[in-house]
Design a binder for this molecule. Structure first.
Ligand SMILES: C[S@@+](CC[C@H](N)C(=O)[O-])C[C@H]1O[C@@H](n2cnc3c(N)ncnc32)[C@H](O)[C@@H]1O
Length: 259
């Protein structure tokens, strides 16, 4: 079983490497004047090395987060502290300077991606950490934290401690924005997975590859409300609502304000 998981992991890495190689090595100019990460780092976050998609989808995702924050009283046109949890090679992070005077940190388990961000996205600060909590930030540091396409690759035993850790680093009243695989992914589920999902249970594929794209999770609305949102106020859950990150649900949670 373990051997099978290793072979699958190896095959998946080979597919990613092939996609990266097919993109060529020439440097790509971006309108924001920032460097574009190399194909292998684009493939790891986007599944494709296509540079235009990397840039445009990241911009749309940042704007979707900005609009969601504004609906809940947080204006990112004002100075705010943001955490991009699972920032990868900065697909979303790179767009904040064009959006507002935010002060941004990014964190990830992927050391080469974090190193690339630290070298090229010098307006932000970037931290590498392990698959399990903790984050290297003090309590109540951030006004908003977001995790785009990250909880989609973590099994339940990692999701809940990470949600609690993100709550710790948010200020009271701070927002947590998540993107999740929801109803828009129903047609990709096998019959038994479909049964679990419709019964409100989290569906986890290949948990032994936790943190990698090979591990996929699917979040029924009931699970988000009853379990993942624990300790937060659930402000909204919009099916297919994370524009720029195709077909993923948008979930906005609030850490309860101080009593
Ligand atoms: C599909 S990529 C998305 C990257 C980025 N958020 C984006 O939307 O472009 C998933 C990212 O989550 C990161 N990741 C997975 N598990 C993590 C964890 N426990 N803590 C932080 N980052 C994690 C991966 O390394 C990867 O960069």
């Amino acid at each position: 079983m373990l051997e099978g998981a290793r072979v699958l992991d190896w095959c998946f890495s080979a597919v990613e490497a092939t996609r990266a190689l097919s993109a060529g090595r020439s440097a790509i100019p971006a309108r924001d004047g920032l460097a574009v990460p190399p194909p292998r780092l684009r493939v790891r976050v986007a599944g494709t090395a296509e540079p235009e998609w990397f840039l445009e989808s990241g911009r749309t995702t940042a704007e979707t987060i900005r609009d969601a924050a504004l609906r809940h009283g947080l204006n990112l046109a004002d100075p705010q502290r943001l955490l991009d949890f699972g920032c990868g090679s900065g697909r979303v992070t790179r767009h904040w300077p064009a959006i507002g005077p935010v002060d941004v940190d990014g964190s990830d388990i992927d050391a080469p991606a974090v190193a690339w961000c630290a070298e090229h996205l010098t307006f932000g600060r970037f931290a590498h950490h392990g698959l399990e909590p903790a984050l290297p930030y003090a309590d109540e540091t951030f006004d908003l934290a977001y995790a785009v396409s990250v909880f989609t690759h973590l099994p339940a035993e990692l999701q809940l401690p990470w949600a609690a850790e993100l709550r710790r680093v948010l200020r009271p009243g701070g927002l947590l924005v998540l993107s999740l695989h929801g109803d828009a992914y129903l047609d990709r589920l096998a019959p038994r997975e479909d049964d679990d999902y419709r019964a409100g249970r989290l569906v986890v594929r290949r948990p032994s590859s936790a943190g990698r794209n090979l591990c996929s999770t699917f979040h029924p609305r009931e699970y988000v409300g009853s379990t993942l949102a624990g300790g937060f106020e659930l402000l909204e859950h919009i099916s297919n609502g994370m524009a720029g990150t195709p077909h993923q649900d948008l979930v906005v949670l609030r850490k309860p304000p101080a009593a």
